[in-house]
Design a protein around this ligand. Structure first.
Ligand code: NAI
Length: 241
């Protein structure tokens, strides 16, 4: 159970982030739901969490790519919820193009949101974790970061970078009882993948796309697994075997 724990989920207004926020709330955690733009969706996620699970849940608009904005948002969360125990770096974007035609802006934006965004959040939460003598970080990477993917050089680089970030943070913070792990989802049915046609499911050994809840289960497991740090857990139906 996570009763009394305070969790931040970035990109928690929909998709995988929403499923993770709901899972942690169902285990008793209070939630800070960070969203980029869709205030109405984030408010619905929070009001549903409050009424279904009886915990606190507050939406925060924040661009995770912005160092200053993430700093003030983490301070606001600490002031309003009382601290941070769990950080889920889930916010992410894709701007897919073949390398020969990928723009500098598309490369930079994906790296800024996916990789620097995770750094920003870890950077600002770490002081809080140190004072609370413990913490748990989960970075939502991707099988694209493990295997590479044609048309996703920017995205794969950002997701591979998150794995390096995870392992360094795990090594650096382990002695302070702060763990850091990554999850590498395969194809999960969300807004990000709804353009991908279903015949792709045939390439997955388990023959189906994952559900956001499959990733949420893995996050809950890693939070509970007190002897696991620096690990990358694939949640991909066997895609990366
Ligand atoms: P989604 O597009 O449904 O949700 C992404 C969330 O990130 C949204 O809530 C959005 O508001 C938020 N976000 C985007 N840019 C932001 C910013 N600058 N600041 C704050 N929040 C921002 O995506 P989905 O599918 O739920 O993916 C969630 C994470 O899982 C992403 O990091 C994605 O790369 C990763 N992932 C998804 C897979 C999939 O098949 N859906 C596979 C592997 C990884």
């Amino acid at each position: 159970m996570l009763t009394g724990k305070i969790a931040i989920v970035t990109g928690g207004s929909r998709g995988i982030g929403k499923a993770v926020a709901r899972k942690l709330a169902s285990l008793g955690a209070d939630l800070a739901v960070i969203y980029a733009g869709n205030q109405a969706a984030a408010e619905v996620v929070c009001s549903d969490i409050i009424s279904e699970f009886g915990v606190r849940a507050i939406p925060y608009r924040c661009n995770v790519a912005d160092f200053t904005e993430t700093k003030s948002t983490v301070e606001q969360i600490k002031g309003e919820l009382g601290g941070v125990d769990i950080l889920i770096n889930n916010a992410g974007i894709t701007k897919d193009k073949l390398l020969a035609v990928m723009s500098e802006a598309d490369y930079d934006e994906v790296l800024d949101v996916n990789l620097k965004g995770a750094f920003n959040m870890i950077r600002h939460c770490t002081g809080i974790f140190l004072r609370r003598k413990g913490g748990c970080i989960i970075n939502i990477s991707s099988v694209s970061g493990l295997m590479g993917n044609a048309g996703q050089a920017n995205y794969s680089a950002s997701k591979a970078g998150m794995i390096g970030l995870t392992k360094s943070a795990a090594r650096e913070l382990a002695s302070k009882s702060i763990r850091c792990n990554a999850i590498a989802p395969g194809f999960i049915a969300t807004d990000m993948t709804n353009e991908i046609n279903s015949p792709l499911a045939e390439s997955i050994p388990l023959k189906r796309f994952g559900r956001p809840e499959d990733v949420a289960e893995a996050a809950a497991y890693l939070i509970s697994a007190e002897y696991i740090t620096g690990e990358v857990l694939r949640v991909d139906g066997g895609l990366g075997i």
